[in-house]
Design a protein around this ligand. Structure first.
Ligand code: PLP
Length: 398
């Protein structure tokens, strides 16, 4: 895709689950809004009206992307803020009864885990819905654990580390039948699955612009009409009095352009991404002592989470980075921590596999050459690091 900044610094960027490069149409929309729509969208004059129109047209594009009504879309600063708002809304509106339960899947992003922790400090009990070895949600256990004292459930549409899909529509049915609020983190799934908030039956859904070639600092919270809502940021009546603070007009304009792009061509995008992940797996799983983390089927295309036994995934990342290849060990938020991934741990991955995980993630802006070069550099890094391991060398000799 011409004009996209991938590779602009001679890098091979294969870390799109962390963030994505902006599309040319996004950059244009941001610059146009920054330059021309500088008015305050709340102002009652021409400049304000122009900014308001830009914000509302982005709202329509985002609503179309998830099949919601524009009035159900709230712009925030990031998906983390959206998730915080959704879960705190559900907790406060439920009456904050000590001991009432918040159910979250075992593989949620830190945005959900930490919000749940904070709500637990207020008296809620966090119930963890387990996954199996392949990262699939255990629906039988979920059904048992979604008891009448659960006030809300939080589940991601697709996991950011493995790409494994969670059965959010089934969770929607279970939650509806029990009167439980459901929040879906669709940050990684958007643009790769046909999102339909009515079909999912969720009360809340979070998105992040920077994961879909939009700018950083912009998120979306879908809140179903009539869903319990308590705003996190008190202030002016912006966003239908659901989020105080003057809207980030350039960021929202960029998100609108990204949403228009992501709404179309999902099939072709997925086919391209599937070919990339298949190739990555083909090239890397032939190396000895290697395994794919996460179900082979029922996974987002374009992401491969591969463990290299006996070495640290973070060492592979640093070694590959020296050759200009950008990948990550787990999620960008936790990759710098030395602890193993909580996602792989929840999947029961043994220690030696847990620490050797590397996530390689593509986008439609990725090229065949990126994949070819990226996998070659990773394979070289693995061989180099394994060669450094004295025990392994001794075992090989022995
Ligand atoms: N949820 C998932 C699944 C993510 O991958 C991320 C980002 O890594 C987030 C939430 C948080 O998004 P944001 O950076 O917009 O707060």
């Amino acid at each position: 895709m011409s004009g996209v900044v991938d590779g602009a610094r001679g890098e091979t960027y294969l870390d799109h689950n962390a963030t994505t490069p902006p599309l040319p149409a996004v950059v244009e929309a941001v610059v146009r809004a920054l330059r021309d729509d500088f008015g305050n969208p709340s102002s009652s004059h021409g400049a304000g009206e122009r900014a308001r129109r830009t914000v509302e047209s982005a709202r329509e594009a985002v609503a179309a992307l998830v099949r919601a009504r524009p009035t159900e879309i709230v712009f925030t600063s990031c998906a983390t803020e959206s998730t915080n708002t959704a879960l705190w809304s559900a907790w406060i509106a439920s009456g904050r009864k000590p001991g009432s339960k918040l159910a979250i899947s075992a593989v949620e992003h830190e945005a959900t885990i930490e919000t749940a922790r904070a709500i637990a400090l207020q008296g809620a009990v966090v119930v963890v819905l387990p996954v199996d070895r392949d990262g699939r949600l255990d629906l039988v256990r979920a059904e048992e654990l979604l008891t009448p004292d659960v006030f809300a459930c939080a589940a991601m549409y697709a996991n950011n580390e493995t790409g494994v899909l969670l059965p959010v529509e089934r969770l929607g049915e279970l939650c509806r039948a029990r009167g439980v609020s459901l929040h879906v983190d669709a940050v990684q799934a958007v643009g790769k699955v046909e999102l339909d908030v009515e079909r999912i039956g969720c009360d809340y859904l979070s998105l992040s612009a920077h994961k879909v070639h939009g700018p950083k600092g912009v998120g979306v919270l879908y809140a179903r009409r009539g869903a319990r809502f308590r705003r996190l940021l008190a202030g002016g009546p912006q966003e239908g009095a659901r989020r105080g603070g003057t809207e980030n007009v350039p960021g929202i304009a960029g998100l609108g352009a990204a949403a228009v792009h992501m709404s179309a061509g999902i099939g072709a995008r997925c086919a391209k991404l599937a070919a990339f992940s298949a190739r990555i797996e083909r090239e890397l799983l032939v190396l000895p002592d290697t395994r794919l983390n996460g179900a082979q089927d029922g996974r987002l295309p374009g992401v491969a989470n591969i463990s290299f036994k006996g070495i640290e995934g973070s060492s592979v990342v640093v070694t590959a980075a020296r050759d200009g290849v950008c990948v990550s060990a787990g999620s960008a938020c936790s990759a710098s921590a030395l602890a193993g991934s909580h996602v792989l741990e929840a999947m029961g991955a043994p220690y030696e596999w847990l620490h050797g995980a590397v996530r390689i993630s593509c986008a439609e802006t990725t090229s065949d050459e990126d994949v070819e070069r990226g996998t070659a550099v990773i394979a070289r890094a693995v061989a180099y690091l394994r060669g450094l391991d004295p025990e392994r060398m001794a075992a090989r000799r022995g």
